[in-house]
Write a protein that binds this ligand. Structure first.
Ligand SMILES: Cc1cc2nc3c(=O)[nH]c(=O)nc-3n(C[C@H](O)[C@H](O)[C@H](O)COP(=O)(O)O)c2cc1C
Length: 200
């Protein structure tokens, strides 16, 4: 039986059902840095995820150096500019927003957690996404907010950034997740009803 961290069992924390329904992507954070202790608890919750063949293929990196986060953001924006050679796309509102000088792809969040996969088995990436969701739900239960930043995946997997960050060549960055205290209440994004194909 796994020992639940004492403050994870605090009755002030949300239940898993409450966290599932209350978690929302947050893109506006206060400057408050999440403590090392809390982040380690989130990582411990992450690794409770199901894992194919019990491979536990995940590795994590935490980045709280805001200068470094800004450099990664600029690098991702530059790569987007370079990869976009179609004028219609470059002129699109989305492209202009994502490449604007003051836009930070991490929304100035004080922490970034990278969920990375070791090259084991065909389900390494699935396992890492399950761990990512555990981490986001646990963060929500502790009153913290998160957002997956898919925009960062490509740049973080370049040999240059892997070398700078100390990520081994064979490790793949799967889920970059920003983390912090929400600066404002987020409007609930609704979902369509589950599309049930059949019930036989
Ligand atoms: C794989 C993945 C990649 C995402 N990438 C980004 C991103 O680069 N930037 C961003 O602002 N949000 C990103 N998001 C967040 C989604 O936009 C957000 O989850 C979606 O709009 C639904 O909103 P909700 O999470 O509040 O329910 C990503 C989400 C996922 C699952």
């Amino acid at each position: 039986m796994h020992n639940i961290p004492t403050n994870a069992a605090n009755s002030d924390n949300l239940s898993v059902i409450e966290a599932i329904y209350q978690r929302r992507a947050v893109r506006n954070f206060t400057n408050e840095k999440t403590s090392r202790e809390r982040i380690l608890q989130l990582l411990d919750a992450a690794v409770q995820a199901p894992t194919a063949m019990h491979e536990e293929p995940w590795e994590f990196m935490v980045i709280q150096d805001t200068t470094l986060l800004k450099r990664i953001s600029e690098s991702a924006k530059n790569a987007l500019n370079l990869s976009t050679d179609k004028p219609a796309l470059t002129a699109s509102a989305m492209h202009q927003r994502f490449t604007a000088t003051d836009f930070n792809i991490f929304y100035n969040a004080p922490s970034l957690v990278l969920v990375c996969a070791k090259p084991v088995g065909e389900f390494a990436s699935a396992d890492c996404w399950l761990a990512a969701e555990n981490l986001m739900l646990a963060a929500c239960a502790y009153g913290l907010s998160t957002c997956v930043i898919g925009f960062a995946v490509q740049i973080l997997n370049t040999p240059e950034w892997k070398k700078e960050l100390g990520i081994a060549d064979e490790i793949h960055v799967i889920a970059p997740i920003i983390l912090g205290v929400a600066a404002e209440r987020v409007v609930q994004v609704t979902r369509k009803k589950a599309d049930l194909l059949a019930w036989k």
